[in-house]
Design a protein around this ligand. Structure first.
Ligand code: PRP
Ligand code: URA
Length: 217
């Protein structure tokens, strides 16, 4: 089945699977507590990884089943690196590793300055062979797009080539920023929301993803 690209943004894949939409509704609900929120982020990340790996290369192989010789397929393309943007991106890592256990994990620490909304880097540790890997940057929220664009720039400076961005909710402003700054990056999202409010929060969104994941507010 072909990927479902967004009508307005050709670099955006919207995940409209019923399970994804159901879980996203539960996550958005202000009454959902930390434990359930965390489980939903992990489950959604796993479902998103399933779709985001759809184009991975396969090679033909042969396997002897208990009945006969079978012609089958195994993954044959580049290895994967999962790159969470700290801190909320951490919530998506385990779900992806359940599907791709051999993936390496790099970390990029960024927070948004509350006044300027510009991303400030405080940590970066990546696999040495980052240039040879298919990269999945993960972060629940794409708001102004500043954090995602900075992460893509750090990765490209360090040799990364094949970069995908997995976010649970995207604002149009963030998508446009990634399109402007990050040519060739495909964005996978469960929803494209309406707009940003005056504080840079996605409307309707789900609030502050990091605080809801870690119970810090
Ligand atoms: C949130 C979110 C993204 C960023 C998105 O992180 O997890 O990283 O904001 O906003 P942007 O698209 O406008 O850059 P935040 O800065 O709140 O840090 P946290 O994960 O530590 O809570
Ligand atoms: N970061 C969040 O956690 N939520 C938003 O709505 C915007 C940025």
């Amino acid at each position: 089945m072909a990927k479902r690209m967004h009508e307005e943004y050709p670099n955006v894949v919207v995940m409209d699977h019923p399970l994804i939409q159901h879980k996203l509704s539960l996550m958005r609900d202000a009454g959902t507590g930390v434990k359930e929120f965390r489980e939903l982020v992990r489950e959604l990340a796993m479902l998103m990884a399933y779709e985001a790996t759809r184009d991975f290369q396969l090679a033909q192989t042969a396997v002897r089943t208990p009945i006969a010789e079978a012609t089958t397929y195994v993954l044959a393309g580049k290895k994967v690196a999962v790159i969470p943007i700290l801190r909320a991106g951490l919530g998506m890592v385990d779900g992806i590793l359940q599907l791709i256990p051999a993936a390496k994990v790099g970390h990029i620490g960024l927070y948004r300055d509350p006044e300027t909304l510009k991303p400030i880097e405080y940590y970066c540790k990546l696999p040495e062979d980052i240039g040879e890997r298919d990269i999945l940057i993960v972060d629940p929220m794409l708001a102004t797009g500043g954090s995602a664009a900075a992460a893509v720039e750090f990765l490209r400076e360090r040799g990364a080539k094949a970069i995908n961005l997995l976010v649970l909710i995207a604002a149009p402003e963030g998508i446009e920023e990634v399109v402007r700054c990050c040519e060739g990056v495909t964005i996978y999202t469960c929803a494209v929301d309406s707009h940003l409010d005056d504080h840079g929060y996605i409307v309707p969104g789900l609030g502050d993803a990091g605080d809801r994941l870690f119970g810090t507010r």
